[in-house]
Ligand binder design. Structure first.
Ligand code: HEM
Length: 444
């Protein structure tokens, strides 16, 4: 698995480049079974042509290990043009090498255990407010509500916005911006990408307002924006306003869209598996239902941990990740040429029958200590990616999921309303087509 002279004579992975220029982009975006079909035909390493680039698709624990241990030597960060442009060139997700590592170290401080414990009381407060509001409504389409909830959490805790109108307005603009992330990059007034580009500017203007307001404050705050504002390089220079805006945009996006998807899947899968809800409630009784949650209390909730993992295995909010090949290399006796793109596939990795028997079943017990299916092979459970680019907000995301699930199962009941389409739309992140319509009540 190295770059050698012999690798030049190795064949390219099997597959098809599809149509000239557009390649297989349209079926990649529209066909839910795109990967499954091709994997069946070609195996776990195959080639395609998406977003204007020849691309090698990789899946499975071995492939993940190969990718994650060679980031920065064979591979560098990249995203399709639409994503890259909408995120901005100064965003952590598009930075590589030393600059990436330096920025990552800095931003990671907002997610260390002490910082997380500090977020917990406000996270619980926001959770209670939303749950009480939903109880009052009785019936609702949950997915857009979950998005407002996670957006409040991300923006209030990470960048210190006020609740209410400020976050609601931002959240709306975000939705249109997000819809353009994986789109054909035609910058026209009516196209998805064009609309998203206009929203990027609106978001950046709003973020600039927030940043300038924070720069006027005398006492520094210990949230993610506070750390970015305080950061200095060796020469004592702070981040430019342009970089601050791109980094905040990334945190807000990464911090809410993926979590919304994970919570929607949690609510849906639990509604379909009342036996899992019963076990969660039993566990809550065992640990003792104290009013305020603590990080220590979560350590005792092992079944909750299993449920969260199974939700992320079954419906990973991020289906995969892109890389650019900066040095030709070989994998599984195939040549991977410089200049191509790689897409590692989380979704397909989690469907590997050799690791997860009956992968289509929702079975939290597969993560119990006696089965621990994910521990058999490294990198077979990768909802947060791995290596030097592993999700920066992993601990934050897991905390939101735990806080939300705990208060939800302790105090509420919810049922799926009839006549709705629960099929998952996968772009930009998986969610039920009709938005998850439920009846929501307090438990007796
Ligand atoms: C369940 C929720 C989440 C999932 C499944 C998830 C998943 C991922 C994945 C798979 C990656 C790696 C992509 C790659 O390999 O290129 C990633 C990167 C990232 N995530 Fe998350 N994420 C979640 C929540 C969050 C949250 C809450 C935040 C921030 C508050 C966050 C911030 C980031 C950032 C900044 C990166 C880029 C890291 C880098 O390039 O060094 N994520 N996430």
């Amino acid at each position: 698995m190295t770059t050698t002279d012999t690798s030049r004579s190795l064949p390219l992975p099997p597959g098809s480049f599809g149509w000239p220029i557009i390649g297989e982009t349209i079926s990649f975006l529209r066909d839910r079974d795109f990967n499954q079909k091709r994997q069946k035909k070609y195996g776990s390493v195959y080639r395609s042509h998406i977003f204007g680039q020849p691309t090698v698709m990789l899946s499975g624990s071995e492939a993940n290990r190969f990718l994650f241990t060679h980031d920065n030597s064979y591979f560098a960060a990249t995203w399709p043009y639409s994503t890259r442009t909408l995120l901005g060139s100064l965003s952590l997700a598009t930075q590589s090498g030393t600059l990436h590592q330096q920025r990552r170290r800095l931003m990671a401080q907002a997610f260390v255990p002490k910082a997380l414990a500090g977020y917990l009381p406000r996270m619980e407060k926001i959770t209670h407010q939303y749950l009480a509001k939903w109880e009052e409504w009785g019936e609702m389409t949950w997915y857009p509500q979950l998005r407002n909830y996670t957006f409040d959490i991300a923006s209030i805790l990470l960048i210190g916005t006020e609740t209410g109108s400020e976050t609601a307005a931002l959240s709306q603009i975000f939705q249109t911006w997000t819809e353009g992330l994986f789109s054909i990059p035609l910058n026209l007034p009516w196209s998805r990408f064009g609309k998203a580009m206009r929203c990027r500017q609106l978001l950046l203007d709003k973020i600039e307002e927030i940043v300038r307001r924070r720069q006027q404050e005398n006492t520094p705050r210990n949230d993610a924006l506070g750390l970015l504002l305080e950061a200095r390089d060796e020469e004592g220079n702070g981040l430019t306003l342009e970089e601050l805006k791109d980094q905040v945009l990334l945190l807000l996006f990464a911090g809410h869209e993926t979590v919304t998807s994970s919570l929607a899947s949690l609510c849906l899968l639990l509604a379909q598996h009342p036996e899992a809800i019963a076990k969660l409630r039993e566990e809550q009784q065992q640990v003792g239902c104290s009013d305020s949650l603590t990080m220590d209390l979560f350590k005792q909730m092992t079944y909750l941990e299993q449920v969260v993992k199974e939700v992320l295995r079954k419906v990973p909010p991020v289906g995969g990740g892109f890389r650019r090949v900066v040095n030709s290399c070989e994998f599984n006796d195939y040549r991977i040429p410089e200049g191509w793109m790689i897409l590692y596939q989380i979704n397909q990795t989690h469907q590997d029958e050799a690791v997860y028997p009956h992968p289509e079943e929702f079975d939290p017990d597969r993560f119990g200590a006696d089965r621990a299916e994910d521990k058999q092979k490294p990198f077979s459970f990768v909802p947060f990616g791995g290596g030097v680019r592993e999700c920066l907000g992993k601990a934050f995301a897991l905390l939101v999921m735990r806080v939300f699930a705990t208060h939800l199962v302790r105090n509420y009941r919810w049922e799926l309303l009839p006549d709705q389409d629960l099929e998952l739309v996968t772009v930009p992140t998986p969610h039920p087509r009709d938005g998850l319509r439920v009846r929501f009540r307090r438990r007796d």
